[in-house]
Design a protein around this ligand. Structure first.
Ligand SMILES: C[C@H](O)[C@H](O)[C@@H](O)C(=O)CO
Ligand SMILES: [Mn+2]
Length: 418
Protein backbone atom coordinates (compact mmCIF):
# COMPACT_ATOMS: atom_id res chain seq x y z
CA UNK A 1 0.00 0.00 0.00
CA UNK A 2 1.18 3.49 -0.91
CA UNK A 3 2.53 5.28 2.20
CA UNK A 4 0.58 8.46 1.61
CA UNK A 5 -2.69 6.53 1.37
CA UNK A 6 -1.95 4.67 4.60
CA UNK A 7 -0.95 7.87 6.44
CA UNK A 8 -4.02 9.78 5.33
CA UNK A 9 -6.17 6.82 6.32
CA UNK A 10 -4.64 6.68 9.80
CA UNK A 11 -5.21 10.40 10.33
CA UNK A 12 -8.77 10.32 9.04
CA UNK A 13 -9.57 7.27 11.12
CA UNK A 14 -8.56 9.13 14.29
CA UNK A 15 -11.08 11.86 13.55
CA UNK A 16 -13.90 9.35 13.11
CA UNK A 17 -12.85 7.41 16.19
CA UNK A 18 -13.34 10.51 18.32
CA UNK A 19 -17.04 10.03 17.61
CA UNK A 20 -16.93 6.31 18.33
CA UNK A 21 -17.08 5.30 14.66
CA UNK A 22 -15.45 1.94 13.89
CA UNK A 23 -13.92 2.62 10.48
CA UNK A 24 -12.55 -0.89 9.93
CA UNK A 25 -15.95 -2.39 10.69
CA UNK A 26 -17.52 0.01 8.18
CA UNK A 27 -15.08 -1.10 5.47
CA UNK A 28 -15.66 -4.76 6.27
CA UNK A 29 -19.40 -4.16 5.94
CA UNK A 30 -18.99 -2.19 2.71
CA UNK A 31 -16.93 -4.96 1.14
CA UNK A 32 -19.87 -7.35 1.67
CA UNK A 33 -22.44 -5.22 -0.16
CA UNK A 34 -23.15 -6.47 -3.65
CA UNK A 35 -24.36 -3.93 -6.16
CA UNK A 36 -26.16 -5.31 -9.22
CA UNK A 37 -24.63 -3.81 -12.38
CA UNK A 38 -27.28 -3.55 -15.08
CA UNK A 39 -26.04 -5.14 -18.29
CA UNK A 40 -28.14 -2.78 -20.42
CA UNK A 41 -25.82 0.19 -19.83
CA UNK A 42 -23.28 -1.70 -21.93
CA UNK A 43 -25.18 -1.63 -25.21
CA UNK A 44 -27.87 1.07 -24.96
CA UNK A 45 -30.61 -1.46 -24.11
CA UNK A 46 -30.41 -3.24 -27.47
CA UNK A 47 -29.93 -6.84 -26.34
CA UNK A 48 -29.00 -9.80 -28.52
CA UNK A 49 -32.36 -11.38 -29.29
CA UNK A 50 -34.41 -9.62 -31.96
CA UNK A 51 -31.86 -6.88 -32.52
CA UNK A 52 -33.97 -5.49 -35.36
CA UNK A 53 -36.55 -4.18 -32.86
CA UNK A 54 -36.55 -0.52 -31.89
CA UNK A 55 -36.20 0.24 -28.19
CA UNK A 56 -39.79 0.32 -26.91
CA UNK A 57 -41.76 0.70 -23.69
CA UNK A 58 -41.23 4.46 -23.66
CA UNK A 59 -37.54 3.98 -22.91
CA UNK A 60 -35.05 6.26 -24.61
CA UNK A 61 -31.29 6.23 -24.93
CA UNK A 62 -29.61 9.31 -26.31
CA UNK A 63 -26.06 9.47 -27.62
CA UNK A 64 -24.04 7.26 -29.89
CA UNK A 65 -20.74 6.91 -28.09
CA UNK A 66 -18.68 4.38 -30.03
CA UNK A 67 -17.77 0.93 -28.84
CA UNK A 68 -20.98 -0.44 -27.36
CA UNK A 69 -21.06 -4.22 -26.96
CA UNK A 70 -22.61 -6.08 -29.89
CA UNK A 71 -22.42 -9.66 -28.63
CA UNK A 72 -22.53 -11.47 -25.28
CA UNK A 73 -18.75 -12.03 -25.26
CA UNK A 74 -18.15 -8.30 -25.81
CA UNK A 75 -20.58 -7.35 -23.09
CA UNK A 76 -18.92 -9.73 -20.66
CA UNK A 77 -15.49 -8.42 -21.63
CA UNK A 78 -16.70 -4.86 -20.91
CA UNK A 79 -18.26 -5.89 -17.61
CA UNK A 80 -14.98 -7.56 -16.66
CA UNK A 81 -13.20 -4.31 -17.33
CA UNK A 82 -15.69 -2.32 -15.23
CA UNK A 83 -15.66 -4.83 -12.38
CA UNK A 84 -11.86 -4.69 -12.29
CA UNK A 85 -12.14 -1.00 -11.42
CA UNK A 86 -14.81 -1.31 -8.74
CA UNK A 87 -13.99 -2.55 -5.23
CA UNK A 88 -15.87 -5.55 -3.84
CA UNK A 89 -17.81 -8.54 -5.21
CA UNK A 90 -20.96 -7.77 -7.16
CA UNK A 91 -23.85 -9.01 -9.26
CA UNK A 92 -24.84 -8.48 -12.86
CA UNK A 93 -28.43 -7.78 -13.78
CA UNK A 94 -29.59 -9.35 -17.05
CA UNK A 95 -32.65 -8.71 -19.15
CA UNK A 96 -34.20 -11.58 -21.09
CA UNK A 97 -33.12 -10.07 -24.42
CA UNK A 98 -29.50 -10.65 -23.40
CA UNK A 99 -29.78 -14.42 -23.92
CA UNK A 100 -26.54 -15.93 -25.17
CA UNK A 101 -27.79 -18.16 -27.97
CA UNK A 102 -27.79 -18.52 -31.75
CA UNK A 103 -31.34 -19.91 -31.66
CA UNK A 104 -34.21 -17.74 -32.85
CA UNK A 105 -36.05 -18.31 -29.60
CA UNK A 106 -39.23 -16.45 -28.60
CA UNK A 107 -39.39 -14.73 -25.22
CA UNK A 108 -42.01 -17.13 -23.88
CA UNK A 109 -39.83 -20.13 -24.77
CA UNK A 110 -36.61 -18.98 -23.13
CA UNK A 111 -34.95 -21.53 -20.90
CA UNK A 112 -32.00 -21.54 -18.50
CA UNK A 113 -29.80 -23.14 -21.17
CA UNK A 114 -30.04 -19.93 -23.23
CA UNK A 115 -28.11 -18.20 -20.44
CA UNK A 116 -25.49 -20.88 -19.83
CA UNK A 117 -22.72 -18.60 -21.12
CA UNK A 118 -23.63 -16.02 -18.51
CA UNK A 119 -23.77 -18.58 -15.70
CA UNK A 120 -20.35 -20.05 -16.56
CA UNK A 121 -18.87 -16.58 -16.66
CA UNK A 122 -20.48 -15.51 -13.36
CA UNK A 123 -19.48 -18.75 -11.63
CA UNK A 124 -15.83 -18.31 -12.56
CA UNK A 125 -15.83 -14.85 -11.02
CA UNK A 126 -18.03 -15.43 -7.96
CA UNK A 127 -20.63 -13.02 -9.32
CA UNK A 128 -24.36 -13.21 -8.73
CA UNK A 129 -26.92 -12.77 -11.52
CA UNK A 130 -30.29 -11.00 -11.36
CA UNK A 131 -32.97 -11.13 -14.02
CA UNK A 132 -35.73 -9.16 -15.74
CA UNK A 133 -38.38 -10.28 -18.20
CA UNK A 134 -38.21 -7.94 -21.21
CA UNK A 135 -41.78 -6.72 -21.68
CA UNK A 136 -40.92 -4.14 -24.36
CA UNK A 137 -39.11 -3.82 -27.71
CA UNK A 138 -41.40 -6.49 -29.16
CA UNK A 139 -44.29 -6.49 -31.66
CA UNK A 140 -46.59 -7.88 -28.98
CA UNK A 141 -45.91 -4.75 -26.89
CA UNK A 142 -46.25 -2.27 -29.74
CA UNK A 143 -49.60 -0.86 -28.61
CA UNK A 144 -48.25 -0.18 -25.12
CA UNK A 145 -49.81 -3.11 -23.22
CA UNK A 146 -48.37 -6.44 -22.10
CA UNK A 147 -49.51 -8.24 -18.93
CA UNK A 148 -52.64 -6.08 -18.76
CA UNK A 149 -53.45 -6.32 -22.46
CA UNK A 150 -57.18 -6.68 -23.19
CA UNK A 151 -56.42 -9.51 -25.65
CA UNK A 152 -56.05 -12.75 -23.65
CA UNK A 153 -53.67 -14.23 -26.22
CA UNK A 154 -51.23 -11.35 -25.90
CA UNK A 155 -51.57 -11.49 -22.16
CA UNK A 156 -50.82 -15.21 -22.29
CA UNK A 157 -47.60 -14.56 -24.21
CA UNK A 158 -46.33 -12.12 -21.58
CA UNK A 159 -47.45 -14.28 -18.67
CA UNK A 160 -45.51 -17.19 -20.16
CA UNK A 161 -42.49 -14.96 -20.70
CA UNK A 162 -42.55 -13.86 -17.05
CA UNK A 163 -42.97 -17.45 -15.88
CA UNK A 164 -40.01 -18.50 -18.01
CA UNK A 165 -38.03 -15.61 -16.52
CA UNK A 166 -38.60 -16.81 -12.97
CA UNK A 167 -37.37 -20.28 -13.91
CA UNK A 168 -34.25 -18.79 -15.47
CA UNK A 169 -33.61 -16.72 -12.34
CA UNK A 170 -34.15 -19.80 -10.18
CA UNK A 171 -31.49 -21.62 -12.19
CA UNK A 172 -29.10 -18.69 -11.60
CA UNK A 173 -29.75 -18.93 -7.87
CA UNK A 174 -29.13 -22.68 -7.80
CA UNK A 175 -26.01 -22.52 -9.96
CA UNK A 176 -24.41 -19.53 -8.28
CA UNK A 177 -25.37 -20.23 -4.68
CA UNK A 178 -26.96 -16.83 -4.11
CA UNK A 179 -30.52 -15.70 -4.79
CA UNK A 180 -31.38 -14.00 -8.04
CA UNK A 181 -33.89 -11.16 -8.01
CA UNK A 182 -36.46 -11.27 -10.80
CA UNK A 183 -37.85 -7.81 -11.33
CA UNK A 184 -41.04 -7.37 -13.34
CA UNK A 185 -41.42 -3.99 -14.97
CA UNK A 186 -44.03 -3.46 -17.68
CA UNK A 187 -44.68 -0.30 -19.66
CA UNK A 188 -48.49 -0.65 -19.83
CA UNK A 189 -50.38 2.61 -19.86
CA UNK A 190 -52.27 5.26 -21.82
CA UNK A 191 -51.01 8.43 -23.44
CA UNK A 192 -54.31 10.13 -22.68
CA UNK A 193 -56.68 9.87 -19.76
CA UNK A 194 -58.49 6.55 -19.75
CA UNK A 195 -62.17 6.09 -19.13
CA UNK A 196 -61.57 2.91 -17.18
CA UNK A 197 -58.59 2.84 -14.84
CA UNK A 198 -59.79 -0.16 -12.89
CA UNK A 199 -60.12 -2.96 -15.45
CA UNK A 200 -56.51 -2.93 -16.75
CA UNK A 201 -55.32 -3.07 -13.14
CA UNK A 202 -57.62 -5.99 -12.41
CA UNK A 203 -56.20 -7.76 -15.48
CA UNK A 204 -52.66 -7.04 -14.33
CA UNK A 205 -53.41 -8.40 -10.87
CA UNK A 206 -54.77 -11.62 -12.33
CA UNK A 207 -51.88 -11.97 -14.77
CA UNK A 208 -49.31 -11.46 -12.01
CA UNK A 209 -51.03 -14.02 -9.83
CA UNK A 210 -50.55 -16.50 -12.62
CA UNK A 211 -46.91 -15.49 -13.11
CA UNK A 212 -46.13 -16.00 -9.42
CA UNK A 213 -48.29 -19.11 -8.95
CA UNK A 214 -45.44 -21.56 -9.46
CA UNK A 215 -43.70 -21.97 -6.09
CA UNK A 216 -39.98 -21.21 -6.24
CA UNK A 217 -37.68 -21.43 -3.26
CA UNK A 218 -36.64 -17.96 -2.13
CA UNK A 219 -33.17 -19.31 -1.59
CA UNK A 220 -32.87 -19.12 -5.37
CA UNK A 221 -35.31 -16.49 -6.59
CA UNK A 222 -36.81 -13.34 -5.09
CA UNK A 223 -39.71 -11.72 -6.94
CA UNK A 224 -39.99 -7.96 -7.24
CA UNK A 225 -42.37 -5.59 -9.03
CA UNK A 226 -41.42 -2.11 -10.25
CA UNK A 227 -43.86 0.76 -10.51
CA UNK A 228 -43.70 3.92 -12.56
CA UNK A 229 -45.56 7.21 -12.47
CA UNK A 230 -45.48 7.84 -16.22
CA UNK A 231 -43.55 7.01 -19.36
CA UNK A 232 -43.19 8.27 -22.89
CA UNK A 233 -46.53 7.27 -24.41
CA UNK A 234 -48.07 6.57 -20.99
CA UNK A 235 -48.10 10.14 -19.71
CA UNK A 236 -51.63 10.04 -18.31
CA UNK A 237 -51.99 6.58 -16.84
CA UNK A 238 -49.70 3.70 -15.91
CA UNK A 239 -51.38 0.43 -14.98
CA UNK A 240 -48.57 -0.64 -12.64
CA UNK A 241 -48.59 2.47 -10.49
CA UNK A 242 -46.88 2.82 -7.13
CA UNK A 243 -50.09 2.27 -5.17
CA UNK A 244 -50.97 -0.75 -7.29
CA UNK A 245 -47.67 -2.48 -6.62
CA UNK A 246 -47.51 -1.50 -2.95
CA UNK A 247 -50.84 -3.25 -2.46
CA UNK A 248 -49.91 -6.13 -4.70
CA UNK A 249 -46.49 -6.82 -3.20
CA UNK A 250 -47.68 -6.47 0.35
CA UNK A 251 -50.63 -8.79 -0.11
CA UNK A 252 -48.52 -11.39 -1.99
CA UNK A 253 -45.41 -11.19 0.21
CA UNK A 254 -43.04 -10.19 -2.59
CA UNK A 255 -40.57 -7.33 -2.92
CA UNK A 256 -41.16 -3.86 -4.32
CA UNK A 257 -38.63 -2.19 -6.60
CA UNK A 258 -38.13 1.53 -6.03
CA UNK A 259 -36.64 3.26 -9.06
CA UNK A 260 -35.35 6.73 -8.17
CA UNK A 261 -36.63 8.10 -11.48
CA UNK A 262 -40.17 6.82 -11.34
CA UNK A 263 -41.90 9.44 -9.21
CA UNK A 264 -42.89 13.10 -9.39
CA UNK A 265 -39.86 15.34 -10.01
CA UNK A 266 -39.71 16.55 -6.41
CA UNK A 267 -40.66 13.20 -4.87
CA UNK A 268 -37.78 11.13 -3.52
CA UNK A 269 -37.56 7.40 -2.89
CA UNK A 270 -35.35 7.90 0.18
CA UNK A 271 -38.42 8.97 2.12
CA UNK A 272 -40.31 5.79 1.17
CA UNK A 273 -37.90 3.03 2.13
CA UNK A 274 -38.50 2.96 5.89
CA UNK A 275 -42.27 2.93 5.40
CA UNK A 276 -42.12 0.00 3.01
CA UNK A 277 -39.84 -2.06 5.20
CA UNK A 278 -42.06 -1.61 8.25
CA UNK A 279 -44.64 -3.66 6.38
CA UNK A 280 -42.91 -5.41 3.48
CA UNK A 281 -40.11 -7.94 3.79
CA UNK A 282 -37.58 -6.93 1.18
CA UNK A 283 -36.99 -4.34 -1.47
CA UNK A 284 -35.04 -3.81 -4.63
CA UNK A 285 -33.61 -0.42 -5.52
CA UNK A 286 -33.01 0.90 -8.99
CA UNK A 287 -30.47 3.56 -8.21
CA UNK A 288 -30.82 6.05 -11.02
CA UNK A 289 -30.79 9.82 -11.54
CA UNK A 290 -33.77 11.58 -13.06
CA UNK A 291 -33.02 14.96 -14.64
CA UNK A 292 -36.38 16.68 -15.13
CA UNK A 293 -37.93 13.32 -16.00
CA UNK A 294 -37.06 9.61 -15.82
CA UNK A 295 -33.98 10.34 -17.90
CA UNK A 296 -31.82 7.56 -16.43
CA UNK A 297 -28.67 9.67 -16.08
CA UNK A 298 -25.56 8.13 -14.54
CA UNK A 299 -25.68 8.20 -10.76
CA UNK A 300 -23.70 11.05 -9.23
CA UNK A 301 -22.95 11.93 -5.61
CA UNK A 302 -26.05 14.07 -5.23
CA UNK A 303 -28.18 14.72 -2.15
CA UNK A 304 -30.69 12.02 -2.96
CA UNK A 305 -28.06 9.31 -3.42
CA UNK A 306 -26.60 10.18 -0.02
CA UNK A 307 -30.03 10.26 1.54
CA UNK A 308 -30.87 6.80 0.13
CA UNK A 309 -27.62 5.46 1.56
CA UNK A 310 -28.29 7.10 4.93
CA UNK A 311 -31.73 5.56 5.12
CA UNK A 312 -30.32 2.10 4.46
CA UNK A 313 -27.51 2.48 6.97
CA UNK A 314 -29.24 4.44 9.72
CA UNK A 315 -32.32 2.23 9.60
CA UNK A 316 -30.25 -0.98 9.31
CA UNK A 317 -32.19 -1.86 6.18
CA UNK A 318 -29.27 -3.17 4.14
CA UNK A 319 -29.92 -6.83 4.89
CA UNK A 320 -33.38 -6.59 3.37
CA UNK A 321 -32.38 -4.46 0.40
CA UNK A 322 -31.11 -5.51 -3.01
CA UNK A 323 -29.26 -2.64 -4.63
CA UNK A 324 -29.38 -2.46 -8.41
CA UNK A 325 -28.41 0.30 -10.80
CA UNK A 326 -30.60 1.56 -13.62
CA UNK A 327 -29.27 4.17 -16.00
CA UNK A 328 -28.33 4.19 -19.63
CA UNK A 329 -26.28 6.99 -21.05
CA UNK A 330 -25.23 6.49 -24.66
CA UNK A 331 -23.30 9.76 -24.78
CA UNK A 332 -20.27 8.70 -22.72
CA UNK A 333 -17.97 5.71 -22.52
CA UNK A 334 -20.21 2.79 -21.53
CA UNK A 335 -17.71 1.29 -19.09
CA UNK A 336 -16.98 4.62 -17.41
CA UNK A 337 -20.72 5.00 -16.80
CA UNK A 338 -20.82 1.73 -14.84
CA UNK A 339 -17.68 2.62 -12.90
CA UNK A 340 -18.86 6.13 -11.98
CA UNK A 341 -22.35 5.00 -10.97
CA UNK A 342 -21.23 1.99 -8.96
CA UNK A 343 -18.35 3.69 -7.18
CA UNK A 344 -20.63 6.59 -6.28
CA UNK A 345 -23.23 4.25 -4.83
CA UNK A 346 -20.56 2.55 -2.72
CA UNK A 347 -19.05 5.88 -1.70
CA UNK A 348 -22.47 7.13 -0.56
CA UNK A 349 -22.91 4.00 1.56
CA UNK A 350 -19.47 4.55 3.07
CA UNK A 351 -20.25 8.19 3.86
CA UNK A 352 -23.44 7.07 5.58
CA UNK A 353 -21.53 4.46 7.59
CA UNK A 354 -19.03 7.09 8.69
CA UNK A 355 -21.60 9.28 10.40
CA UNK A 356 -22.05 9.29 14.19
CA UNK A 357 -25.44 7.65 13.94
CA UNK A 358 -25.96 6.85 17.63
CA UNK A 359 -24.95 10.34 18.64
CA UNK A 360 -27.22 11.95 16.05
CA UNK A 361 -30.19 9.82 17.06
CA UNK A 362 -29.69 10.78 20.69
CA UNK A 363 -29.53 14.48 19.80
CA UNK A 364 -32.79 14.10 17.94
CA UNK A 365 -34.41 12.32 20.87
CA UNK A 366 -33.20 15.07 23.18
CA UNK A 367 -34.72 17.68 20.91
CA UNK A 368 -31.32 19.30 20.33
CA UNK A 369 -31.92 20.02 16.65
CA UNK A 370 -29.22 22.69 16.64
CA UNK A 371 -26.50 20.17 17.44
CA UNK A 372 -28.07 17.64 15.06
CA UNK A 373 -27.83 20.08 12.17
CA UNK A 374 -24.35 21.28 13.18
CA UNK A 375 -22.94 17.77 13.35
CA UNK A 376 -24.55 16.56 10.12
CA UNK A 377 -23.18 19.57 8.30
CA UNK A 378 -19.66 19.31 9.79
CA UNK A 379 -19.50 15.63 8.88
CA UNK A 380 -20.02 16.53 5.24
CA UNK A 381 -16.42 17.75 5.18
CA UNK A 382 -14.92 14.92 7.22
CA UNK A 383 -12.19 13.13 5.24
CA UNK A 384 -14.18 10.15 3.96
CA UNK A 385 -12.15 10.37 0.73
CA UNK A 386 -9.05 9.15 2.61
CA UNK A 387 -11.03 6.14 3.88
CA UNK A 388 -12.38 5.46 0.40
CA UNK A 389 -8.89 5.62 -1.13
CA UNK A 390 -7.62 3.15 1.46
CA UNK A 391 -10.59 0.86 0.74
CA UNK A 392 -9.86 0.92 -3.02
CA UNK A 393 -6.14 0.27 -2.47
CA UNK A 394 -6.81 -2.58 -0.04
CA UNK A 395 -9.28 -4.12 -2.49
CA UNK A 396 -6.70 -3.92 -5.27
CA UNK A 397 -8.57 -1.46 -7.50
CA UNK A 398 -7.35 1.91 -8.79
CA UNK A 399 -7.36 4.78 -6.32
CA UNK A 400 -9.23 7.99 -7.13
CA UNK A 401 -9.45 8.83 -10.84
CA UNK A 402 -6.62 6.44 -11.81
CA UNK A 403 -9.32 4.09 -13.15
CA UNK A 404 -10.01 6.56 -15.96
CA UNK A 405 -6.58 5.90 -17.49
CA UNK A 406 -7.46 2.19 -17.66
CA UNK A 407 -10.81 2.94 -19.29
CA UNK A 408 -9.15 5.21 -21.86
CA UNK A 409 -6.60 2.51 -22.67
CA UNK A 410 -9.36 -0.04 -23.03
CA UNK A 411 -11.18 2.35 -25.32
CA UNK A 412 -8.10 2.67 -27.54
CA UNK A 413 -7.20 -1.02 -27.51
CA UNK A 414 -10.59 -2.69 -27.52
CA UNK A 415 -13.58 -0.41 -28.06
CA UNK A 416 -12.22 1.57 -30.97
CA UNK A 417 -11.79 -1.67 -32.96
CA UNK A 418 -15.53 -2.45 -32.79
C1 LIG B 1 -34.48 -1.63 -18.70
C2 LIG B 1 -35.15 -1.65 -17.34
O1 LIG B 1 -35.92 -2.76 -17.15
C3 LIG B 1 -35.99 -0.45 -17.16
O2 LIG B 1 -35.09 0.63 -17.06
C4 LIG B 1 -36.93 -0.43 -15.97
O3 LIG B 1 -36.33 -0.89 -14.81
C5 LIG B 1 -37.35 0.98 -15.84
O4 LIG B 1 -36.90 1.64 -14.95
C6 LIG B 1 -38.26 1.55 -16.83
O5 LIG B 1 -38.39 2.90 -16.73
MN1 LIG C 1 -35.90 0.77 -13.24
Amino acid sequence: MDNAIQTSYNEAKKLYERHGIDVDAALARLSQIRISLHCWQGDDVKGFLRKDQELGGGLAVTGSYPGRARRPDELRQDLDEALRLIPGQHKVNLHAIYADTDEQVELDALEPRHFAGWVDWAKERGLGLDFNPTCFSHEKAKDGFTLSHPDPEIRRFWIDHCKASRRIAESFGRELGQPSVTNVWIPDGFKDSPVDRLTPRARLMEALDEVFAEPIDEKYNIDAVESKLFGIGSESYVVGSHEFYMGYALSRGIAVCFDAGHFHPTETISNKLSSWLLFGREMLLHVSRPVRWDSDHVVTMDDELLEIARELVRGELLDRTHIGLDFFDGSINHIAAWVIGTRNTQKALLRAMLEPIGELKQLELDGDYTSRLALVEEFKSYPYGAIWDYFCASQGVPVREAWLTDVKEYETNVLSAR
